[in-house]
Design a protein around this ligand. Structure first.
Ligand code: AMP
Length: 114
């Protein structure tokens, strides 16, 4: 079996994380290098490497992740707005090969991104 990536180690409890929400299907924890006052990563427990590898059967899981994103945003006081980013592949800037949503907020975010 290939070595676990950093998010798989967090899910296994092998390295610490500042977890703000978890349930049977997903986990949300603070990014170790925050790009905004609030920067939380939401990940499915299911081993999905990226958006590019999603399958039709993942529909209910994705709907659940968006529900969790909304709830975590609300609990984090992001009533003025926020941004959700999903990097995919090398050109998309994805560094960890496990599907994750970046929830960013707490300041006015610029557009377009780099
Ligand atoms: P991406 O570039 O979209 O793959 O995002 C990976 C994110 O994981 C980056 O924002 C990193 O700062 C974050 N990250 C890497 N290692 C950790 C860790 N141990 N705990 C929390 N966040 C991490």
């Amino acid at each position: 079996m290939s070595e676990k990536n950093v998010f798989q180690k967090i899910m296994a409890g092998e390295i610490p994380a500042d977890i703000v929400y978890e349930d049977e299907e997903c986990l949300a924890f603070r990014d170790i290098a925050p790009q905004a006052p609030t920067h939380i990563l939401i990940i499915p427990r299911k081993a999905i490497r990226s958006v590019a590898e999603l399958e039709d059967e993942d529909g209910p899981l994705i709907a659940h992740l968006w529900k969790v994103i909304r709830e975590v945003a609300e609990q984090s006081g992001l009533g003025e707005g926020y941004r959700v980013v999903v990097n995919c592949g090398r050109d998309g800037g994805q560094e960890v090969d496990h599907l994750h949503y970046h929830l960013l907020g707490g300041r006015s975010l610029q557009w377009p991104p780099g």
